[in-house]
Ligand binder design. Structure first.
Ligand code: FES
Ligand code: MG
Length: 572
């Protein structure tokens, strides 16, 4: 066990004279007795509560449960807010601010007298942002996710976020009225919690559990379930132990832990956004990981969780079927079992005895829901640095497809012309969207699962190949190629694709090619001029000047790595 005086917080509270006086006296105005600051681990609870982040609006209660655990274990809890990112409200995209939040988290942790930190994560970007920031300080840390909301209900059917994309196409095709749409809206979000499908928030909750950053079962306990508060309290107990045993994020986040997370993500049909966030986290903790690794370690892992958007069920069902532990148990032979997790036990020890209670939801390696899973990394002259596609959410008949490009220069161009009856497009065409990347939009929004042209929807067409340098919601589906790198706005080949160019997508051979010569690409690039706007001040300017491309995780270049936890100078 660590000695009390080796606590990081002792550099504040064990001081004598003026400095110690100032550090202690103002904290005491909250009614804190002196003994709380005399050698107890001080645990920060990094809270992304906000009424503007509906998925995280129950986090004050969750924080209370965490506090009970910290106090019980002999630590002292201090809750602090950081900027919160609500996926549904923030324009132009919450992704623009992921890196900003990570800076807020990093600096808040380092600058304050914290020995350990509990990260309260929920809505999509709140998880990677908090983990990235904490990694750049690298003190003991544990994640408590907020949990998914209850499954939505509409006209006797279960619904979740993935249905929004269906409803939207149904309305455009005249199959659903606006009145029905309003009814569905009222039944979609019935409780606290984040999206109820295997979208990005659930994917991130699974990612942290697979990495070992949370207690087992963190991924899938529904937000309103009493067990979620129990897990939060137990996590409070655990973080105090982590501090005493000096188990830091870098002890958990090894290269092998990242390989485990990639395999688990494949098995659950996790979001394509996993790629970008995992690469960014690896960059902060200093683990070598590249885009190709995502493909390599996903290969040969079948889809064993039957969850929307790749399958049929919802996060609630996953929990009732045994939760992520049951999935990880099925996968155990593919995982590095010796990886240490937050509770000090290995992946092998934590998950050896978990069982699936419902084979329709969590199956076996022998009888998977889909032999195709995970995220395939494509290479070719359109995407020299890569692009991604999620085969389990795509159409089998389009996995190998050649078609004529129908090109939109940016999202405004797309919105203006997509439903034009005169648009030269049929179901074999390939829709190309430019300027939806990190620099171009800016912020790389979730627009990649572009709605189909109205005239093709009317014909009953439900999927087409779509290519962009943007992302799609983890709840989205379709044969969509995303994250094309380099992006159009930085002059990648995507920028010079023209209407009528012949494009071939070959998922099996991991290839995405446009049938024009290198000389023609070079000629077009010479004549190319960027059309996106560049911010002239503020955070967005900083972002556009420093954001890295998607294949590197879209972090800001100067945020990679860690500055450690030490601060040598005092404030007065
Ligand atoms: Fe927050 Fe989907 S909107 S998780
Ligand atoms: Mg999203």
């Amino acid at each position: 066990m660590k000695q009390e005086n080796s606590l990081r917080s002792s550099h504040w509270f064990a001081r004598s004279g003026k400095d110690g006086f100032i550090y202690r006296a103002w904290l005491k105005k909250q009614g804190i007795p002196a003994y709380e600051l005399e050698g107890k681990p001080i645990i920060g609870i990094c809270n992304t509560w906000s009424e503007l982040t509906p998925c995280n609006s129950h986090f004050r209660e969750l924080a209370e449960a965490v506090k009970r655990g910290i106090l019980e274990a002999g630590g002292y809890p201090v809750e602090f807010p950081v900027m919160s990112l609500g996926e549904t409200l923030i324009k132009p995209t919450a992704m623009l601010y992921r890196n900003l939040v990570s800076m807020d988290v990093e600096e808040s942790i380092r600058a304050n007298p914290l020995d350990g930190v509990v990260l309260l994560c929920g809505c999509d970007k709140t998880t990677p942002a908090l983990v990235m920031g904490a990694c750049s300080v690298n003190i003991p840390g544990i994640v408590v996710s907020g949990g998914a909301m209850l499954t939505g209900r509409h006209r006797g059917k279960s619904i979740g976020t993935s249905d929004i994309w269906r409803f939207s196409e149904d309305v455009r095709a005249g199959r659903m009225t606006n009145e029905e749409l309003a009814m569905a809206e009222a039944g979609m979000c019935r409780s606290d919690g984040h999206c109820a499908v295997m979208g990005t928030a659930s994917t991130m909750a699974c990612m942290v559990e697979a990495l070992g950053l949370s207690l087992p079962q963190n991924a899938a306990i529904p937000a309103p379930d009493a067990a979620r508060k129990v897990l939060a309290q137990l996590s409070g107990v655990e973080i105090v132990k982590m501090v005493k045993e000096n188990r830091r994020l870098s002890d958990i986040l090894t290269r092998q832990a990242f390989e485990n997370a990639i395999r688990v993500n494949a098995a659950i049909g996790g979001s394509t956004n996993f790629v970008i966030h995992l690469l960014a986290i690896a960059g902060r903790i200093g683990v070598e990981l590249d885009l190709q690794d995502i493909d390599t370690f996903s290969a040969n892992i079948p889809l064993i969780a039957n969850l929307q958007p790749s399958g049929s069920y919802f996060m609630e069902d996953l929990y009732y079927a045994g939760g992520l532990p049951a999935v990880m148990n099925v996968l155990l032979s593919h995982l590095h079992k010796n990886c240490i997790t937050a509770n000090g036990k290995t992946i092998g020890a934590n998950y050896a005895h978990a069982v699936s209670y419902n084979k329709d939801v969590i199956s076996s390696l022998e009888e998977p829901f889909n032999a195709l899973s995970g995220i395939v990394v494509l290479k070719g002259n359109i995407c020299e640095q890569g692009a991604v596609i999620k085969p389990s959410a795509a159409s089998p008949h389009l996995m190998q497809h050649t078609g004529k490009a129908v090109v939109f220069e940016d999202i405004d161009d797309y919105k203006k012309r997509i439903d034009d009856p005169a648009l030269d497009v049929d179901e074999t065409s390939i829709i190309v969207l430019k300027n939806a990347g990190p620099v171009g939009y800016p912020g790389m929004p979730e627009v990649g699962n572009l709605g189909l042209p109205a005239k093709l929807l009317a014909k009953g067409i439900t999927d087409m190949v779509r290519i962009s340098d943007g992302r799609m919601s983890g709840t989205g589906f379709g044969t969509v190629v995303l994250h094309v790198s380099p992006e159009a706005a930085t002059g990648g080949t995507l920028a010079v694709i023209q209407d009528g160019d012949i494009i071939t997508l070959d998922v099996h051979n991991r290839s995405l090619q446009v049938a024009i010569t290198a000389a023609e690409i070079a000629r077009r690039k010479k004549a190319w001029k960027p059309i996106h706007t560049s911010a002239t001040r503020g955070y967005v300017q900083l972002y556009q000047q420093h954001v890295e491309q998607a294949h590197l995780g879209a972090d800001l270049d100067f945020l990679k790595g860690s500055s450690g936890s030490e601060v040598t100078r005092d404030s007065h």
